[in-house]
Design a protein around this ligand. Structure first.
Ligand SMILES: NC(=O)c1ccc[n+]([C@@H]2O[C@H](COP(=O)([O-])OP(=O)(O)OC[C@H]3O[C@@H](n4cnc5c(N)ncnc54)[C@H](OP(=O)(O)O)[C@@H]3O)[C@@H](O)[C@H]2O)c1
Length: 450
C-alpha cells in the first residue's frame, strides 16, 4: 500500500451482513473513534446495501446506527473488489465458505497491496492462496493472514503459551489441546460454518494433491520420539473430559507457523521495525518451542463423545458424494444432531455459551538426556478460556488483530501470506485478548512416570 496517499477507510468489513459479519461489526463499533483507538473510519461492504444497513442497525442497537459508508461489492465481480481495496488499508473478510468466495478477494488485495485478515477455517483455501499469492503479496506489500478467529488463534497462542512454561533444560514433545464447549442452553452454530466443513470434507483429496505438488519445507526439530497415536477415545481424568480427535484447521495452522519458524528462527522481521521491537520479537521466539500438536473435542460424558463421533461420521461419509452433500446441507440440524441450524443461534444462546481449551503438554525435564527411546517425564497444563467461539470470540480476535495491524504496521512483515501465529505471536495480541475476555492460565506442572 502506498503510504503517501492515505485511503479514506482504516478498514472495510466485507460480508458484514452475514451471521458472523454482523457480530464483527458490533465488535468494531466498540473501538470506532474510541480514545487512543487507531480505528477512525470503517465501511461495510457486501452484495446488498439493504442487508448491510440492517446489519449496522442490529450491531449498533440499542444506540442509533452511526453514519458509516455502505459499499457494494460482489466476490464474483473482481473490479468491485479492487475498488474496495483502493479505499482502505485493510479488508476484514467474513464472506464464506472461503473455498467458494475467498480467492477473488485475496487476489484483489495481493494486486493492490491492501492488507487482509479473515476468519477462514478451511485448510485447503489457506494453503492454496499461500501458494498462489504469497510472492505477489510480498512484492506489493499486502500482509495477508487467514484464520484470525477461533480457528485458529486460541490454538496458536495456546501452544505458544504452554511451550513458554517449559524452562530450559526442560522441553515439550507434544501438546494436545482439549476443547470443551459449555452452555446452560443449546450449543448452536450457523449454517455458514457447517457448509464450510461439509465442503472441506468433499475436497479433502484436493488438499492432499496440493501438498504433494509443492516442495517439501524443513520440519521443526522436536526433542524425543514421534508420540504414539493413543486411543481413539481419550479420557483425561485431571480435566474431567472424554475426548476424540477434532479434524479442525488448528493443527494444520500451528504446523504452518512452526514450519515458518523453522525457516525464520527469530520470527518475521517488520517492515520498519524499531530496535526495541526487534529485541522483543527475538526474545519471544527464542522461548517458543516446536511440538507435535493435536486438537481433541471433549465432553464430560462418554455419551457426548459418541455424539461427536456420530456427527463426524455423517459428515465424513455423506460429504464425499454429491447426493450425500445435498442431504447434509438440506437438513443441517438432523445430521449435526442439532449443533448447526440454518438460522443460527439466538442471541441468548450465543450469550450463554463459552469455551475452555486445555493444553496438556508432555515432554522432558532435561532435554540434554533425550534419545529416540526416551519417554516424557514432565507434564505442563495450561488453559485458554473465553466466550462463545464463533460469534463472540472470533470477532474479538479478528478486531484485535486488525487493531494491531493498524497501530503497529511497522513491526509487521511488509507483505505475504502467513498463518496468524507467526505474524501476531510476538505482538501484544495475547494481552489484548486477555483485556477483552479471553484468558490464558497456567494450571499445573508435574512429573509423570517415564
Ligand atoms: N474462524 C472461525 O472460528 C469462524 C467463526 C465463524 C464463522 N467462520 C466462517 O465465516 C464464514 C461465514 O460464516 P457465516 O455463518 O457468517 O455465513 P453467512 O451468514 O452465510 O454469511 C455469509 C456472508 O457472505 C456474503 N456473501 C455470500 N456470497 C457473496 C458474494 N458473492 N459476494 C459478496 N458477499 C457474499 C453474504 O452476503 P449476503 O447478505 O449478500 O448473502 C454474507 O454476508 C464461514 O466460512 C464460516 O466457516 C469462521
Amino acid at each position: 500500500m502506498d503510504t503517501n496517499t492515505q485511503p479514506p477507510f482504516d478498514l472495510i468489513i466485507l460480508g458484514a451482513s452475514g451471521f458472523t459479519g454482523r457480530y464483527v461489526v458490533r465488535e468494531a463499533l466498540k473501538f470506532l473513534k474510541a480514545p487512543s483507538s487507531p480505528l477512525k473510519s470503517i465501511a461495510l461492504a457486501g452484495r446488498s446495501p439493504a442487508r448491510l444497513t440492517q446489519a449496522l442497525q442490529w450491531a449498533a442497537h440499542p444506540a442509533p446506527p452511526p453514519t458509516i459508508s455502505i459499499l457494494t461489492a460482489d466476490t464474483s465481480d473482481p473490479s468491485s473488489l479492487r475498488h474496495l481495496c483502493r479505499q482502505t488499508k485493510l479488508i476484514l473478510n467474513c464472506v464464506g465458505p472461503f473455498r467458494l468466495h475467498g480467492e477473488p478477494v485475496v487476489a484483489a488485495c495481493a494486486e493492490t497491496g491492501c492488507d487482509y485478515l479473515d476468519i477462514c477455517g478451511e485448510p485447503e483455501f489457506m494453503e492454496r492462496v499461500e501458494i498462489q499469492f504469497h510472492e505477489k503479496a510480498a512484492e506489493t506489500g499486502s500482509l495477508m493472514v487467514s484464520a484470525c478467529g477461533f480457528d485458529s488463534v486460541p490454538a496458536e497462542l495456546g501452544w505458544m503459551f504452554n511451550s513458554r512454561q517449559w524452562v530450559a533444560p526442560s522441553a515439550p514433545n507434544k501438546i494436545e489441546a482439549y476443547l470443551s464447549l459449555e452452555s446452560d442452553r443449546r450449543i448452536v452454530g450457523n449454517f455458514g460454518t457447517y457448509e464450510s466443513a461439509v465442503l472441506g470434507v468433499a475436497n479433502v483429496d484436493k488438499l492432499q494433491e496440493l501438498r504433494r505438488s509443492r516442495p517439501k519445507k524443513p520440519r521443526p526439530v522436536i526433542p524425543g520420539p514421534y508420540p504414539p497415536k493413543g486411543p481413539m477415545i481419550d479420557h483425561q481424568k485431571e480435566i474431567g473430559l472424554w475426548a476424540v480427535k477434532l479434524p479442525s484447521a488448528d493443527s494444520i495452522v500451528v504446523r504452518r507457523t512452526q514450519t515458518t519458524l523453522t525457516e525464520n528462527p527469530t520470527g518475521l522481521p517488520g517492515i520498519n521495525e524499531s530496535a526495541e521491537h526487534i529485541k522483543i520479537r527475538e526474545a519471544f521466539w527464542s522461548v517458543v518451542k516446536p511440538v507435535h500438536f493435536g486438537v481433541k473435542i471433549g465432553s464430560k460424558t462418554l455419551v457426548g463423545v459418541f455424539r461427536f463421533i456420530a456427527v463426524g461420521m455423517f459428515i465424513g461419509l455423506l460429504g464425499r458424494s454429491s447426493i450425500g452433500r445435498w442431504f447434509l446441507l438440506k437438513f443441517p440440524s438432523v445430521f449435526s444432531l442439532g449443533w448447526f441450524r440454518k438460522k443460527g443461534p439466538s442471541e441468548d444462546e450465543v450469550r450463554s455459551a463459552s469455551f475452555k481449551m486445555w493444553f496438556v503438554g508432555r515432554g522432558f525435564s532435561d532435554v540434554n538426556h533425550v534419545s529416540q527411546q526416551s519417554k516424557p517425564d514432565l507434564e505442563v497444563v495450561t488453559r485458554v478460556m473465553g466466550p462463545e467461539i464463533g460469534y463472540l470470540t472470533t470477532p474479538i480476535i479478528l478486531l484485535q488483530c486488525a487493531l494491531i495491524l493498524l497501530s503497529q504496521r511497522d513491526n509487521l512483515p511488509k507483505g505475504g501470506v502467513f498463518p496468524p501465529g507467526i505474524v501476531f505471536g510476538s505482538t501484544d495480541l495475547q494481552e489484548r485478548l486477555q483485556r477483552n475476555g479471553i484468558t490464558f492460565d497456567y494450571i499445573s506442572k508435574r512429573s509423570i512416570s517415564a
